[in-house]
Design a protein around this ligand. Structure first.
Ligand code: NI
Ligand code: CA
Length: 588
């Protein structure tokens, strides 16, 4: 007899996500991915000046702020025919790179690692053995020393003994499926704390160019930061030296701490390369940080990284094939979501997208207890605020695995090298990247690529151009609305930490008439469509009926799988976290 399990809220993610499950014999048989938070940024944008859109959409998310702003200015520039100077594009590229690396590091250490690392268990560790363990996995991180490991163990000990777990509250500590030896747990917790320090450096890079964080400043037609090596109030040599220092720190941390840790943890939980597979189809417009606004020959927005062309990747076992990407094949369905479309239950292309709320669920707050007699969201065909995007009618995965597979399929040398190294070390195949551990591994591999790209390409090119005298970061020729067509539309795709992000804008007489965002977490967390096809989260849990769940009161295994996607729910449904009453107010 099937047993029902609710996980609500799923913690250690950005925003609110609820998962309803049915299990039998310690395996998941059915799953529903339920976004319980409503937002309506797209509606708020209607009638506004498109040059302001970036400031609104940046507020979609405090984590992914820059990436929405950049996707927005790209889309608006694409619509009005603005051509920002190359140095402005380079700056955006540096910001995207720093944001991506910060996101991946936070995800691995602060949002995901504790699914595999038992914090409480590290109090039994011998600090000397923790140092030895770090060396054994090839970690050359400067924090791997006796003084540091001893200090971390003593800190955790005092936290655990105090009974107030602070940032470590709400873990399933002591769950029998925590498998690391005590010293590996200690090393991982030490790196967790180091990663908190490290991520600050990445954000400093963003603040140099964007003035502040979160919600840095951007500009349609370029960037809002002045560059002049000879003036102290603009970006000058002092700041460039500081940025170079943070980038060096980044390469060191990712190479010597993050990557060895990810490989070591993946090695201990190797069975997770056979758990959590979702649909074997993937979409990306290039490697990490790539932008795309249509055929590069005709696009008005210049792509920054063009060495890997956009594509849709299909996995058939270990066979990887790729087909050309066509933005016109993207549709969003509201079959299982609390919206209604004028034409009924159809898929709408984002340029014709609608955000009309029609809430049909139970009165919140929702029950979290499986057998208390209260309704389940999944008792109804509509159960989420997340639309379900489809490519050519089918669900696809986006994110690091999609980009790694695309780079691999398109023959990108460095991607192939990193993937081969990791696969050999762990004894896995390329097909196994479609899994819980595969997503976590691909994110680490991609972070290394992103760090190298930032250190060896994006930043040096920007500095070299600067030394050549190129300090122009703004093109004013399309600033005035009188210079725009009376009606125009544009879109932009950007490859950001969690996957493929696109913004779509239509402008009429200088004002936004339609705005849609198709966000990575929307692609992944969306529910069933009119054909009954599950979204990737759902498929990863219930696709084959074999996903483990040993103890429904401690659902650690499904958490591992959902966390492996790096959910950002604020982004997925793009208004504020409101309760049911307030939601009705938003409606009227
Ligand atoms: Ni976000
Ligand atoms: Ca949307």
């Amino acid at each position: 007899m099937a047993e029902r399990v609710v996980i609500d809220p799923i913690t250690r993610i950005e925003g609110h996500l609820r998962i309803e499950l049915e299990t039998a014999n310690s395996q998941i048989t059915k799953a529903w991915s339920e976004t319980t938070q409503f937002r309506g940024l797209e509606t708020i944008l209607q009638g506004r000046d498109p040059r302001d859109a970036w400031a609104f959409v940046g507020r979609i998310c405090g984590v992914c702020t820059s990436v929405h702003a950049i996707a927005s200015i790209n889309a608006v520039e694409n619509a009005i025919g603005s051509n920002p100077p190359e140095q402005a594009l380079r700056i955006r590229d540096i910001v995207l790179g720093a944001q991506e690396i910060q996101d991946h590091v936070i995800h691995f250490y602060h949002l995901h690692a504790l699914d595999f690392v038992d914090v409480a268990a590290c109090i039994d560790a011998d600090p000397a053995k923790a140092v030895a363990f770090a060396q054994s996995i090839g970690s050359n991180w400067k924090g791997n020393n006796l003084t540091r490991m001893t200090a971390v163990r003593d800190t955790v000990k005092s936290i655990v003994e105090s009974g107030q777990l602070s940032v470590f509250t709400n873990g399933y500590w002591g769950h029998p499926d925590y498998r690391l030896p005590p010293e590996a747990n200690l090393m991982a917790v030490a790196h967790y704390l180091d990663a908190l320090e490290f991520q600050r450096s990445m954000i400093r890079i963003v603040t140099v160019f964007g003035g502040k964080n979160p919600h840095p400043n951007f500009l349609v037609g370029g960037m809002a930061c002045a560059i002049d090596p000879n003036h102290s109030e603009s970006i000058n040599q002092v700041q460039l030296d500081a940025v170079q220092g943070w980038i060096n720190e980044c390469v060191d941390f990712v190479t010597n701490c993050y990557v060895p840790d990810a490989l070591a943890i993946a090695g201990v939980y190797k069975d997770y390369f056979d758990i959590g597979a979702a649909q074997p189809d993937f979409l990306a417009v290039g490697l990490t940080g790539a932008t795309y606004a249509g055929d590069p020959a005709n696009a008005r927005v210049k792509s920054v990284h063009t060495e890997v062309e956009p594509g849709v990747v299909h996995l058939d076992g270990d066979k990887v094939s790729v087909e050309a990407f066509d933005p016109a094949k993207i549709t969003e369905w509201a079959s299982s979501a609390w919206y209604e479309y004028a034409e009924g239950d159809v898929g709408l292309t984002p340029d014709k997208g609608e955000t009309t709320v029609k809430y049909t669920g139970p009165k919140p707050p929702y029950t979290a207890a499986p057998n208390d007699g209260l309704p389940w969201l999944s008792d109804n065909p509509e159960y989420t605020w997340c639309k379900a995007p489809r490519y050519d009618g089918y669900p696809v995965q986006v994110g690091p695995v999609a980009r790694i597979l695309l780079g691999y399929a398109r023959g990108h040398a460095r991607t192939k090298e990193i993937v081969t190294m990791a696969a050999q070390k762990l004894g896995i195949t390329i097909g196994q990247l479609n899994s819980t551990a595969g997503r976590t591994l691909a994110r680490a591999a991609e972070c290394l690529l992103a760090a190298e790209l930032l250190a060896n390409e994006s930043f040096p090119t920007f500095v070299a151009n600067l030394k050549g005298g190129d300090i122009d970061v703004f093109d004013a020729s399309k600033w005035e609305p009188s210079s725009w067509p009376s009606q125009c539309s544009g879109y932009s795709f950007v490859e950001v930490a969690r996957g493929n992000l696109s913004h779509w804008v239509t402008i009429e007489n200088g004002k936004i008439s339609r705005y849609q965002c198709v966000v990575p977490t929307t692609w992944l967390a969306g529910g069933r469509d009119a054909q009954g096809q599950q979204g990737p989260y759902e498929e990863s849990l219930a696709g084959n009926g074999k996903h483990p769940l040993a103890d429904p009161t401690q659902p650690l295994e499904p958490l591992r799988t959902i966390h492996s996607f790096d959910p950002c729910m604020s982004c997925a449904v793009h208004v504020l976290d409101v309760d049911g009453q307030e939601m009705a107010e938003v409606l009227t």
